[in-house]
Write a protein that binds this ligand. Structure first.
Ligand code: SF4
Ligand code: SF4
Ligand code: SF4
Length: 395
């Protein structure tokens, strides 16, 4: 346990609030409100006020949990100090359901600070009037009390640890723009042109990701929506049902069953979700799907109308074949195929039965002649029966 709480008491309520205001401390989230204002609002609540600390409900990647893992005492003492300022009847720390190990690790330490640890998202409706506090803001508060606070905004880049940068730092100065097809930050996609004017402060959840030509926007969106579905508590009909529909449509598109009305349906459902859901899970997941369709419509058209995944990621659109002009008939591929779906014999051009093939890629690794090709484009003319090496004619 650190001395932070005692230091805060020594500073005193009024002086500490002045310090928070002077430092410009803000909470993390979709609307970055001044922390001092949020504390005043909770103090004005009629009846008991509580502190609910955690990530934003929509932070499904949990990137900023690293702050709690790396500096548990700072984060916990920040929550305790916030509780003191609000005169909280109780303080809660919310951790995602999947972080059971971290929960067990943190619980004994949290008890020292009289903080109750819960594996859930924050119930925004029931906590109306209380202080909702992001973990990053809790750490900032503890650092401020201890005199170690450094102004800045936490960002998490490609699996790195969170680091603080000036909020006005350009996103393109933080990540390489080389090969960038899309930027994912602040729970939505941006085009490279838009990203040129974005700053670190736009990454409301700290995460900045660059997607390249090798990433499929549809498949990525489907993955994010699946995680959102798992995070949803299901209390709002629009979040519960909307997420099922949005995720279903993205998945259908990745499996070559997309329909031309999916863009309109996504718009209709997504916009309704933005205005009819209680917390960030419903609002933000709608933004992901809406921005995907709006800004990368060409990629959706390629899947739905041209039967093609431009990134070559969606298995339903990917073909595998043996180039009849490159195959030397060495049999190496057939020997490693777990599905036994490569036909051929020594000195004959080999052929893959695509119906049986699960595209595991083992034959590609085994072929020393680079004759086995994975493509999301059209298949070229291939032999229809066993043909001797060098005897295949296109016409
Ligand atoms: S938006 Fe979703 S996660 Fe948030 S309260 Fe409503 S149902 Fe629950
Ligand atoms: S390993 Fe390559 S060269 Fe050898 S038979 Fe298979 S495809 Fe042809
Ligand atoms: S990708 Fe896998 S299953 Fe398909 S032909 Fe090659 S080794 Fe066999």
């Amino acid at each position: 346990m650190t001395n932070t709480y005692e230091n805060a008491k020594a500073i005193g309520y009024a002086d500490l609030l002045e310090k928070i205001k002077a430092a410009g401390l803000e909470d993390y989230g979709l609307c970055r409100e001044a922390l001092a204002d949020k504390i005043y609002a909770a103090c004005a609540k009629e009846g008991d006020a509580y502190v609910h600390a955690g990530l934003n409900n929509a932070d499904i990647d949990g990137a900023l949990l690293a702050l709690l893992k790396d500096s548990p005492d700072q984060v916990l003492s920040g929550i305790a100090v916030a509780g003191m300022l609000v005169g909280a009847a109780a303080k809660f720390l919310y951790l995602p359901e999947w972080e059971k190990e971290l929960t067990e690790e943190i619980r004994p330490k949290a008890e020292e600070y009289k903080i109750v640890v819960v594996n859930d998202i924050i119930n925004v409706r029931e906590s109306e009037g209380d202080l909702l506090l992001h973990l990053a803001a809790a750490k900032d508060l503890a650092d401020l009390v201890d005199g170690t606070y450094e102004a800045g905004h936490y960002v998490v880049l490609a699996g790195e640890a969170p680091k603080k940068v000036a909020p006005e730092t350009k996103v393109t100065d933080l990540v390489s723009a080389e090969g960038a097809k899309a930027y994912y930050l602040g729970y939505q996609y941006y085009t490279p042109e838009e990203a040129a004017s974005l700053t670190a402060a736009d990454a409301t959840n700290g995460v900045i990701r660059v997607l390249t030509e090798k990433d499929c926007i549809v498949a990525e969106t489907a993955k994010i929506l699946l995680k959102d579905r798992a995070a949803s508590c299901g209390r709002c009909v629009f979040c519960r049902e909307g997420l099922i529909q949005l995720e279903y449509m993205q998945k259908e598109i990745t499996q070559a069953r997309g329909k031309s009305n999916f863009a309109d349906l996504t718009k209709e459902i997504g916009e309704a979700m933005c205005y009819n859901t209680l917390c960030t899970v419903g609002q933000v997941s709608a933004k992901i799907a809406l921005s995907a369709f709006e800004k990368f419509g060409g990629e959706f058209d390629a899947h739905i109308k041209k039967n093609k995944c431009p990134a070559g990621v969606c298995g339903a659109f990917v073909h595998i074949y043996i180039d009849p002009n490159a195959c030397t008939g060495c049999c190496e591929c057939a020997d490693v195929c777990p599905k036994d779906c490569i036909e051929g014999k020594s000195k004959f051009i080999h052929m893959i039965d695509e119906f049986e093939c699960d595209k595991c890629g083992k034959c590609i690794e085994a072929c020393g002649d680079e004759a086995i090709i994975l493509t999301s484009g059209k298949l070229p003319k291939l032999p229809s029966r066993l043909t001797k090496v060098g005897k295949f004619k296109k016409h």
